[in-house]
Design a protein around this ligand. Structure first.
Ligand code: NAD
Length: 256
């Protein structure tokens, strides 16, 4: 059980981040939810998680595109035994047409935020004598697709940062690993399905198999709970000697 541990999950008011927070709370961890929005719903989500799992759950606003706010998130939490770097955005365009401000935002949110949060969290983990860093990378941290230059560069960068974090903590009771999901069924992905069905004149099954999941051999999306379960595993005693590596949750994508 992770009871008594504090987990900070960046970008966790929806999708994978919320799924990971739920599974960590189910395993007994106190959780800190984060986004840049600071809405009533954000705070209500934390309250709900806390009530459902009998843990302490708090929401802390911080913009992961800003280094000082990344560090402030960790400081405000006051403790960080488990750090899950999850916040991420996407933009799709060819390199020669890729807007510089989108490149900068993706590098900042998807990659540099993990540097800042890790830098702030490691001293707390060392003081506590235990720590887990789990970076939510992507199949695009291991392989590429056209038109996703910033995302692929940032996710490869996160995998590199994960390895360095592991080496710098190798002799301490701290591990650092990256989870590399393929397609995960989140509300954002779910929302694209009806439009794609219309566009191709296909039913849901066929759109998933023939359009969205052509690179995912299982032809099934992972769920946010499965990414959460993988995170809980990386925080378990069984994973003590797993550090500096990647776990693909991609239905065989990177085996192709
Ligand atoms: P999502 O859009 O549902 O969630 C993104 C989260 O990041 C949200 O909680 C959002 O509030 C937060 N966020 C965005 N910008 C932020 C900022 N500036 N400051 C703080 N928070 C911010 O997307 P998701 O699919 O759940 O993605 C979560 C992570 O998983 C991302 O890093 C993404 O690259 C990765 N991922 C997703 C998939 C997938 O298929 N959905 C696959 C592989 C990897």
């Amino acid at each position: 059980s992770l009871s008594g541990k504090t987990a900070i999950i960046t970008g966790s008011n929806s999708g994978i981040g919320l799924g990971v927070a739920s599974e960590l709370a189910r395993a007994g961890a106190n959780v800190i939810l984060n986004s840049f929005t600071d809405s009533e719903e954000d705070h209500a989500l934390a309250e709900e998680l806390g009530r459902e799992h009998g843990v302490t759950a708090r929401y802390i606003q911080a913009d992961m595109s800003k280094g000082d706010q990344c560090r402030a998130l960790i400081e405000k939490a006051g403790a960080c035994d488990i750090l899950v770097n999850n916040a991420g955005i996407q933009h799709v365009a060819g390199i020669d047409a890729f807007p510089t401000e989108k490149w900068d935002a993706i590098i900042a949110i998807n990659m540099s935020s993990s540097f800042h949060t890790t830098a702030a969290a490691l001293p707390m983990m060392r003081k506590a004598g235990w720590g887990r860093v789990v970076n939510i990378a992507s199949a695009h941290g291991l392989t590429a697709s056209p038109y996703k230059s910033a995302y692929v560069a940032a996710k490869h960068g996160v995998v590199g940062l994960t390895k360095v974090t592991a080496l710098e903590t190798a002799e301490e009771p701290i591990t650092a690993n990256a989870i590399c999901p393929g397609y995960v069924l989140t509300p954002l992905v779910e929302a694209q399905i009806p439009d794609t069905m219309k566009e191709y004149g296909m039913d849901r099954e066929t759109v998933l198999r023939e359009v969205m999941l052509t690179r995912q051999p299982s032809r099934e999306m992972a769920t946010v709970d499965q990414i959460g379960g993988t995170t809980v595993f990386l925080c378990s005693d069984a994973a003590t000697q797993i550090t500096g590596t990647t776990i693909s949750v991609d239905g065989g994508w990177t085996a192709l």
